[in-house]
Structure formats: C-alpha cells, structure tokens
Ligand binder design. Sequence first.
Ligand code: HEC
Length: 126
Amino acid sequence: MNVSFQWANAALITMLIGLPTAAPAQEIDSDTGLIKAPGWQATKANCTVCHSARLVTQNSGSRAHWKSLIRWMQDTQGLWQFQPEMEATILDYLASNYGPKEDARRPPLPRVNMPDNPYPTISSSD
Ligand code: HEC
C-alpha cells in the first residue's frame, strides 16, 4: 500500500468516526487511562495508590478545585504531603488536562421557574 493511499485511508476513517482531523492524537496510558502529558507519571505514582485513576480522569476542575481536593484528601483520607515542586507538577498536570469543562452543565433554573418547596425552610425569603 503506498503512503498517500494510507493517508487517504486514515483521513477517511477519521472523518467516518467524526473526529476533527487537526486534533493531535492524545496518548493515553493503557494502565490508568491518564492522558500522557507533562506530569502524568508523577500523577500516576501519587494518585493511583489508594483508588483507581478513574476518580481522577472522570473529575475536572480548575487548579484551585484540584488543590482543594488534595487538601481534603490530606486532611481526611491519609494523603501524604508533597514537596512544593511535586505538588505544582501534579496540579499543573491536572488543571491543564482535566480542567474545567465548559457547558458541562446547564445553568441552574431561576427560583421563579422552580416548583414550590414543600418543606419549611429557615429563611422565609427562599
Ligand atoms: C492516601 C490515599 C489517597 C491518595 C494517595 C489519593 N487519594 Fe484521592 N481519594 C482518597 C479517598 C479515600 C477518596 C474517597 C473515595 C471515595 O469516595 O470512594 C478519594 C477521592 C478522590 C476523588 C473524588 C473526590 C470526589 O469529589 O468525589 C478525586 C478526584 C481524587 N481522590 C483525586 C486524587 C488525586 C488527584 C490524587 C493525587 C494527588 C489522589 N486522589 C491521591 C484517597 C487518596
């Protein structure tokens, strides 16, 4: 099979499965499903010890969100402290590869469009 034919085939297959042809292929670690990008090994080494990497890959959020998750695990789940550079490496990795999703959720309905709350609440303005 000649090279241009292979390219045409690859382009056709890419079109058929609906992926944008310009997107660079994202390499995924077959062990964990983590995206292979700078910092992934540090993340794999530290973040798959207690639970599956799925917990990581199915979450998303800003750097601050990831930082607060790490603090929560350190405060309550026995996660160890990191050297500052190690923490920065992991946080950079998480924030750039599992950053906030746009349009992942619709905005909340305004109160006026919600059904009446059948339960008494402390604030009557609710
Ligand atoms: C010392 C053990 C331990 C290590 C190491 C650890 N975690 Fe966790 N993590 C936990 C426990 C325990 C939970 C709660 C699991 C559950 O709810 O089933 C959790 C939950 C989570 C969750 C889900 C939080 C939620 O809102 O439900 C995420 C995301 C997460 N960890 C990410 C990470 C990342 C990123 C790292 C690496 C920096 C990491 N974990 C390392 C113990 C750990």
